[in-house]
Design a protein around this ligand. Structure first.
Ligand code: MTE
Ligand code: MO
Length: 258
């Protein structure tokens, strides 16, 4: 696929999604956004997006239904070990909320129902774990880019940090909490979605319920499960180990491109 087609698809896709976002009746988004300023922000972002996307538009391979792996191994945390999470799980995540804050004009709070009302994308892709296994799965979720556009990025925004519900390593200070980060190029990539379904069903707890990041051109550990909060930042230097992710703080590469 050529750059211009991909770029146009992304940009028109974003505009369409943005319109749908404004019309979706999604309470929190609607409350937080003044349509005019959202559109102005979108325009500025489009320019910025074009600059950022040059030569960064490659799509990860997508597969078809028969390619889906019959077994997809859960890895890392398979259930966050907190009372809050257990409580949310019992009620089918009715009380769970995703927060989007940091360097945004309009912080957003979304329920799972809100997220499911937003425009969605389904993709069948291969997940590659550094531990040496791969599996193909089908994910459905809402593209991250339009959501960030609706929140409105402030000047200085550079990274998207994903805060998760699980502590993969038990520590006294919380530094074992799973987190990840990507730059705006990956955040606005058309295959970067916040996924709530896997293989046609609600995401299972072992695979990150209720919400997971799919960032298809990266290795497995970038795909943060159990999302609670998305924070837009200028830098991740001051956060936990300062390397931008749980595994990055333990020596893995921040840019885990495949
Ligand atoms: N919150 C959280 N996200 C995570 C992990 C984790 O332990 N906690 N493990 C990562 C790793 S190394 C991989 S390979 C995938 C595993 O996803 P799966 O459980 O759906 O196979 O999740 C990634 N995201
Ligand atoms: Mo992994």
């Amino acid at each position: 696929m050529t750059f211009s087609i991909t770029r146009r698809r992304l940009l028109t896709g974003s505009a369409a999604s943005l319109a749908a976002l404004s019309l979706s009746g999604c309470d929190d988004v609607a409350q937080n956004s003044n349509v005019q300023s959202v559109l102005e922000m979108a325009e500025r972002l489009t320019m910025r997006g074009q600059r950022l996307l040059v030569s960064k538009d490659t799509l990860a391979s997508e597969f078809s239904e028969p390619d889906i792996s019959p077994v997809f191994k859960p890895n890392g945390s398979t259930a966050p070990d907190s009372e809050d999470y257990a409580r949310m799980m019992e009620t089918g995540f009715a009380d769970w909320r995703l927060k989007i804050d940091g360097l945004v004009e309009r912080p957003v709070v979304l329920s799972l129902t809100d997220l499911k009302r937003l425009p969605s994308r389904t993709q069948i892709t291969r997940h590659d774990c550094v531990e040496g296994w791969s599996a193909i799965g089908k994910w459905t979720g809402t593209p991250l880019g339009p959501l960030l556009q609706s929140a409105g990025l402030k000047p200085g925004a550079r990274y998207v940090v994903f805060h998760c519900a699980d502590e993969l390593e038990q520590t006294m200070d919380g530094s074992g909490t799973y987190y990840e980060s990507i730059d705006l190029i990956d955040a606005f990539h058309p295959q970067t979605i916040l996924a709530y379904e896997m293989n046609g069903k609600d995401l299972e707890v072992a695979h990150g319920a209720p919400l997971l990041l799919r960032v298809e051109r990266h290795l497995g550990y970038k795909h943060a499960k159990y999302l609670m909060r998305i924070e837009i930042t200028h830098s991740f230097a001051g956060l936990w180990g300062g390397k931008g992710g749980f595994w990055e703080d333990r020596g893995y590469e921040w840019y885990a491109g495949i």
